[in-house]
Each structure stands twice: as structure tokens, then as C-alpha cells.
Ligand binder design. Structure first.
Ligand code: ADP
Length: 402
């Protein structure tokens, strides 16, 4: 598949961080990966991992451009730089305009910029990554891969809110969904692993990381998902609330004087596992404390799995048939406890857990963790970076379209 040993650089640029990975075109394992963090702060640094060996370099308060300079120097030192033939960038929000990944040009950049108000925290940072890479590597195709694109196949019944339609027309208020690159990768892997018919299958995929969303996939296409206009809707997350009655916010505005900033801060940063447990946003800590009898941690775990099972059940109604429930993301790939508690709540679908397989399928392993004749429960580690690399390689014409 690989042509001329081409390499693909993947960049996921945040406001103060820049994650990167380098893939040989057509291959799923990176040659190098790493992270520049605390950019623009005194402690700015960049860490690169090559064959499990990590090296860290201080950036002395510098920002994204300096981080990219160091990254390009590291690539040159390993004789990789001249083989980089495409760069793939993660972009959080593409609105309705972007239904698939695209090669960047000035018009595309302007169109992406027009969506900044839909993801004011993320999109400008993602764009900064693209502009910086374009400035340093103007002759290399830059490909943008959107978190929202995979969900553009949702029907209006799934994406419309029951609000006045003028809000949709004039302000783009609708459900878009996120984590699309992960859901797309895991859906393809599930078809392969379970030998499903690509044209006839139904999956519910639960991507459970610090953020979390679940998606119903019918014959390879997203037909419903739990995240909405923003990544705040749906499941209980590390610090995000997921579903909340908007009436509660009206109540707090009227009775507790909450303004928009307070809502934003509490719903995004102080809620979820952290809010309920009053202890931690980290599932490992929650599980540990719950096992020792911490009341808040037990409640957080209960609400987390209740909401997850409830959403999986709801998503299944968008499918003619449920072949499998698939777990992915840090929690989905590693927490046999969350998987067990969730599957125990899905008896109505006839899913039965295989305890031994569930306990054994952790740390990057994939496999079936159910038994019996009902729908399968499955674990599949996600690989969003590779999916971005694949799109970039295909759109740059380095590998054949899959
Ligand atoms: P992100 O969304 O930032 O990419 P990850 O997919 O890495 O996050 O998921 C992070 C979450 O996975 C954290 O809540 C962490 O506690 C959880 N996690 C990782 N390993 C385990 C484990 N062994 N058991 C339970 N939870 C785990």
C-alpha cells in the first residue's frame, strides 16, 4: 500500500498543547508520537516518544510555532522530514458544511473559520495548528479531519431539537455529534473483527474517555449520537454534566443569580464524575474509592453507568437490529467494572457478559466479552490518530482509497 516510504504527520492542536504522531502511509502503528504542552507558559515543553523512549525538551515559554520548529528538527534528525508527504489535522467542528475530510486551501480555511463560533474553545486552536504547519511546510498537502463529519449522516429526526426552527436556520442550533473519527474507526474495526456484513449491520459504540459519547451505527453510517450542538450533551463525563434539564439552568439563573459564565464553568468543568463524587474526574480514582465505600464515588459510578445504559438502549431504537455494543476510549478499553455494570443493565436486549473475557480484555486488547446468543459486547481500542493519517494519505493520493 505504501508508496515511496511516504510518511504522514498527524497534528492535534489545542490552545496550549500540540499532540503529534508520525505514521508510515498505510500503517496503523506510529514511528513517533508526542505532545507539546503548556505552550506560551514558562513551563512550555515538548516530549517525543520513539520506540518507547521518551525525550523532553524545554521550550522556554514559547508557543506553537516554536513547538513545530522543534518537531520538524526532530523529524530531520531521524531523516524522516523529507519523506513527510501529507499532514493531517484534527478539527473539532465542521458544522453542516463538512461531511468528510478535505485538503486545505484558502477558501476552506475561511469556511472553517466561519464555524469558530460553534466551537469557540477548540476550533481557533485547531486552526492555529493548520496555519502554523502551512507556514512551515507550504508545499505539503494539509488535510483537515472533522470530529463532526461522521455524524452528518444523521437524519433530521435525530439531529433536530424541538426548538423553533428559526433557531436552526439562523443560528445553526441542531445536534452535530463529536468523536466522529473514533466512532468511524471503531465501526470499521468492529465489522472486520466480528465479520459483519458491511452493508447489513447495527452497532452501538460507546467512546468513554474524559469526554464520552455513544453512537448508533447502521451499515457503517452514524444514525444517532449522544452529543449534541456541543460536546456537553449526553453521557456523564469526567467534568461535564451530559444531559441536564435546561429548566434547571433557568431556575439557577432566576434563584441563584447564575450568569452564562457560571453555567459554562459548572457544566463543563465542575460536573460529571467530579461533581457527583466531590472527589475526582478520573474513573480509576472513582472506582478505587467506590470499592472502599466512598459514598460520592459510588453515586458517581451509579449515575455514570445508569446514563450510559439508558443511552445505549435509546440509540438501539435507531437500528433495525443490534449486532453488538462496542466499548472504546480510556474507560471503555480498560474498565472491566464499568463494562460489567453497564452490560448488567442491558438484560432486556439479551446481552450476557462473559466475566473472564471481560476481566482479560484490557490495556489495548480487543475482543468479544459476551456469551450466549444475544447481541455481542465487544472491546475495540480506538486509534483516532491513525484514522486522521489514513484520510490524509488518501486525500494526498499516497494510498488508494479504502
Ligand atoms: P481522553 O478523552 O482525554 O483521550 P482517555 O480516552 O485517555 O481520555 O480516557 C481517560 C479516562 O480513562 C480517565 O477517566 C481514566 O481514569 C480512564 N481509565 C484509564 N485506565 C483506566 C482503568 N484501568 N480503569 C478505569 N478507568 C481507566
Amino acid at each position: 500500500m505504501t508508496k515511496n516510504g511516504s510518511l504522514i504527520l498527524v497534528i492535534n492542536c489545542g490552545s496550549s498543547s500540540l499532540k503529534f504522531a508520525l505514521f508510515p502511509a498505510g500503517e496503523q502503528t506510529p514511528l513517533m508520537s508526542g505532545l507539546a504542552e503548556c505552550l506560551g507558559e514558562a513551563d512550555a515543553r515538548i516530549t517525543a516518544k520513539i520506540n518507547d523512549a521518551k525525550t523532553t525538551e524545554q521550550l522556554n515559554g514559547q508557543g506553537h510555532a516554536a513547538a513545530l520548529d522543534v518537531l520538524l528538527r526532530i523529524l530531520a534528525e531521524h531523516d524522516w522530514l523529507t519523506s513527510v508527504k501529507a499532514v493531517g489535522h484534527r478539527m473539532v467542528h465542521g458544522g453542516e458544511a463538512f461531511k468528510a475530510s478535505v485538503v486545505v486551501n484558502q477558501a476552506i480555511l475561511a469556511e472553517i473559520e466561519a464555524h469558530n463560533n460553534l466551537a469557540p474553545l477548540h476550533n481557533p486552536a485547531n486552526l492555529l495548528g493548520i496555519r502554523t504547519a502551512l507556514a512551515k511546510m507550504p508545499e505539503i498537502p494539509q488535510v483537515v479531519v472533522f470530529d463532526t463529519a461522521f455524524h452528518q449522516t444523521m437524519p433530521p429526526a435525530a439531529y433536530l431539537y424541538a426548538l423553533p426552527m428559526a433557531l436552526y436556520r439562523e443560528h445553526g442550533v441542531r445536534r452535530y455529534g463529536f468523536h466522529g473519527t473514533s466512532h468511524r474507526f471503531v465501526a470499521e474495526e468492529a465489522v472486520r473483527l466480528l465479520k459483519l456484513d458491511p452493508e447489513d449491520h447495527g452497532l452501538v459504540i460507546a467512546h468513554l474517555g474524559n469526554g464520552g459519547s455513544a453512537t448508533a451505527v447502521l451499515n457503517g453510517k452514524s444514525v444517532d449520537t449522544t452529543m449534541g450542538m456541543t460536546p456537553l450533551e449526553g453521557l456523564v463525563m469526567g467534568t461535564r454534566s451530559g444531559d441536564v434539564d435546561p429548566g434547571a439552568l433557568i431556575h439557577l439563573a432566576r434563584n441563584a443569580g447564575w450568569d452564562i459564565n457560571e453555567m459554562d464553568n459548572v457544566l463543563n468543568k465542575k460536573s460529571g464524575l467530579l461533581g457527583i463524587s466531590e472527589l475526582s474526574n478520573d474513573m480509576r480514582a472513582i472506582e478505587g474509592a467506590a470499592a472502599e465505600g466512598h459514598d460520592g464515588a459510588k453515586k458517581a459510578l451509579d449515575v455514570f453507568v445508569h446514563r450510559l445504559a439508558r443511552h445505549i438502549g435509546g440509540l438501539a431504537t435507531s437500528l433495525p437490529r443490534l449486532d453488538a455494543v462496542v466499548f472504546t476510549g480510556g474507560i471503555g478499553e480498560n474498565s472491566s467494572t464499568v463494562r460489567k455494570l453497564t452490560i448488567d443493565r442491558l438484560h432486556v436486549f439479551g446481552i450476557a457478559l462473559d466475566d473472564a473475557a471481560n476481566e482479560a480484555t484490557i490495556r489495548g486488547k480487543s475482543g468479544v466479552i459476551s456469551k450466549g446468543k444475544g447481541p455481542l459486547a465487544v472491546v475495540i481500542p480506538t486509534n483516532e490518530e491513525w484514522m486522521i493519517a489514513r484520510d490524509a494519505a488518501e486525500l494526498a493520493g499516497l494510498v488508494a482509497a479504502h
